[in-house]
Design a binder for this molecule. Structure first.
Ligand SMILES: [Zn+2]
Length: 425
């Protein structure tokens, strides 16, 4: 397993509560489970998923299907976004979504709420975090302006919860362009609109746990890092450019960028400059992506393929394993204040077993996600062989064998803990 930054043989003792009791070269005790020379990693935490639950009629995912997809992809904790139907703007709606997790979720779920000035205090005592959309994202059509943003952030700071921002300035969108393909979509929503929104976050109150979703340029990653603001990069911006695919399956927000921008973002990720990787899993039904490009919704599925695609990059020698584990497992778990993401005593035994020889092309028909397609069809990937949750297997031989024991979790921060901001390894 990966210990102190390098792979070494070791045995993990798990206590009766499903927590890691100790990690040593050899352990005594029974029962024992031997994974041979496969690699044990902490299960990943995905800070950005949309499970459409509750959702519009015909939604291509639910908390039940999405969390099984996560489990198969080696993700043991997801942060669910509040732009469901209706959006999560009140304690009542948050609790309605929490009821959909209980008895249905395969992995743990942190629930984000949409901040409205009047409902911030009651939501702060129940939500797992807040999400601010600075550009409209269905079904949210009214968003705060950049001038209203500092006051909203000031109201959120006392809550102490993670605040995630979708940072694109709609005032900079070139809505006169009718996009026909991903490069056209990139012209409608250029990197400049992202930069304008991100730069306003420099006015955020100190101490706010601020995180920027799906950053697409290396410049933005570096700018945020220098100011102690967390951010995530997502596999589609790391691995795909605006020339990777011609149709609306490759339409995402923010858009796929040029190959030059993609390569720079990938380089930043490999060097550990981007603190967190998340999927922005947005499972649209295939029919929604088949029509007119300009009308098609933005987003692509990813929670089940994020770790497998990046594990293949590790195998190929293009990405250090320690960088991936820090960005996919450790830092996002600490961002949510959860005792997962590390193979260390006291942490929950949420673990995945990876056999780096078990490489296969991705095929949508073999994925669990209910939307039934992937933009990474045919890409070589390494899917976890096993996934353990609290010391109990939920994936064996690459198949889901778990029960819906996932819970709603909320951040548990030690008093006075400072926000997690550091990148590097
Ligand atoms: Zn999203």
């Amino acid at each position: 397993m990966l210990l102190a930054g390098r792979l070494q043989p070791a045995e993990i003792a798990i206590d009766g509560e499903g927590r890691i009791a100790s990690v040593r070269r050899t352990q005594t005790g029974a029962p024992r489970h031997d994974v041979g020379d496969a690699v044990i990693l902490p299960a990943a935490t995905d800070l950005h998923v949309h499970f459409r639950d509750p959702g519009a009629e015909g939604a291509a995912e639910s908390i039940a299907t999405g969390t099984i997809s996560a489990a198969l992809g080696g993700v043991g904790l997801v942060a669910e976004m509040p732009n469901t139907v209706p959006p999560v703007t009140s304690v009542e709606l948050l609790e309605e979504k929490a009821r959909r997790v209980a008895g249905r979720a395969a992995v743990d779920v942190a629930l984000n709420a949409l901040p409205r000035p009047a409902t911030i205090p009651p939501l702060a005592s129940r939500a797992g975090g807040f999400k601010i959309f600075l550009s409209p994202s269905p079904p949210i059509d009214t968003v705060p302006s950049l001038d209203e943003l500092p006051s909203l952030l000031a109201q959120l700071a006392p809550a102490g919860l993670p605040v995630t921002v979708h940072a694109e300035d709609p005032q900079r969108f070139r809505t006169e362009i009718v996009p026909q393909d991903p490069p056209g979509w990139g012209r409608v929503r250029p990197p400049e609109s992202e930069r304008q929104a991100i730069e306003r976050l420099g006015e955020a109150p100190p101490g706010l746990r601020l995180h920027v979703a799906h950053v697409t340029t290396r410049d933005a990653v570096v700018w945020l890092g220098a100011r102690g603001i967390s951010c995530e990069v997502v596999p589609h911006h790391l691995l795909l450019s605006d020339r990777s695919g011609p149709d609306a399956r490759w339409k995402v927000n923010p858009p796929l960028r040029s190959e030059t921008d993609r390569a720079a973002l990938w380089g930043a990720f490999v060097r550990g400059e981007a603190p967190i990787v998340a999927s922005d899993h947005a499972p649209h039904p295939p029919s929604a992506k088949e029509g007119d490009f300009a009308q098609a919704p933005s987003g692509m599925p990813g929670v089940e393929t994020m770790l497998p695609l990046l594990l293949e990059k590790v195998r190929a020698g293009e990405l250090p394993l320690a960088v991936l584990v820090a960005a996919a497992c450790d830092r996002p778990a600490r961002w949510l204040g959860q005792p997962v993401g590390r193979i260390a005593p006291g942490h929950r035994a949420n673990l995945v077993v990876v056999d780096f020889r078990s490489r296969r092309p991705l095929a949508a028909r073999e994925l669990s996600t209910a939307c039934g397609w992937t933009a990474f069809e045919g890409w070589t990937a390494i899917r976890p062989v096993e996934h353990w949750r609290d010391g109990v297997p939920i994936v064996e031989g690459g198949s889901y064998v778990g029960r819906p024991s996932g819970r709603v979790v909320r951040p548990e921060f030690a008093p006075g803990a400072t926000p997690l901001v550091e990148a590097g390894t």
